[in-house]
Design a binder for this molecule. Structure first.
Ligand code: GAR
Length: 207
């Protein structure tokens, strides 16, 4: 059984897609052992509690400085002892100590085709605003392993999505979620749970 801890910050539609895929047997051999949010108002926490999943908030606002918050986050994560940490719209820079403690065991969903529209400042709706401002015709989503850089880790899955002429950032965000994110994130977890994913020289191989 792959023990998965999901980290969230907002609405939690990706978390929902993962929970639904576990229930439907599309993600096999996997248990979601907990959900952590940095934002106590995140609707994602309610989604988790509704499913009977342990959901808690660790907010930077409750700590005197970033370092203390980072330590508390890492301690809580270590206590849960997950096999895999899934960042599903978790808008917090992952502390280096956490990446060291869980090498190649943290994955992130990003709402663009990396290496386009990623890195510092590219998160949530900002990504889709930048896509429309540049006028690209195709965008998409990426699931990647988390390393010490920002959106630079080995790419596990990607899916392309058409950009339409009359898109707004919100309509594009919705289409990228529906057509790409909610599909490739559950698929990525299932591949890992089945032991089909290896990384060599910074690149992902899927058996
Ligand atoms: C998703 O679109 C996810 O790709 C994005 O935040 C949204 C969270 O939505 N993540 C990033 O931008 C990370 N750089 P959700 O809470 O409904 O899953």
């Amino acid at each position: 059984m792959l023990k998965v801890l999901v980290c969230v910050s907002g609405g939690g539609t990706n978390l929902q897609a993962v929970m639904d895929a576990v229930d439907a047997g599309e993600i096999k051999n996997t248990e979601i052992i907990g959900v952590i949010s940095n934002n106590k108002n995140a609707f994602a926490l309610e989604r988790a509690r509704k499913k009977g999943i342990d959901a808690l908030c660790i907010s930077p606002k409750d700590f005197p400085d970033r370092e203390t918050f980072n330590q508390a986050l890492l301690e809580t994560v270590k206590e849960k002892n997950p096999d895999l940490i899934v960042l599903a719209g978790f808008l917090v820079a992952i502390p280096p100590a956490m990446i060291e403690a869980f090498p190649n065991r943290i994955i992130n969903i990003h709402p663009s085709l990396i290496p386009s529209f990623c890195g510092v400042g590219y998160y949530g709706l900002h990504v889709h605003e930048a896509v429309l401002a540049r006028g690209v015709k195709v965008t998409g989503a990426t699931v990647h392993f988390v390393d010490s850089g920002m959106d630079t880790g080995p790419i596990l899955l990607q899916k392309a999505v058409e950009v339409k002429q009359d898109d707004t950032p919100k309509t594009l965000q919705q289409r990228v979620m529906e057509e790409a994110e909610w599909k490739i994130l559950p698929k990525a977890i299932d591949l890992i749970a089945q032991g089909k994913v290896t990384i060599t020289e910074g690149k992902v191989n899927i058996q």
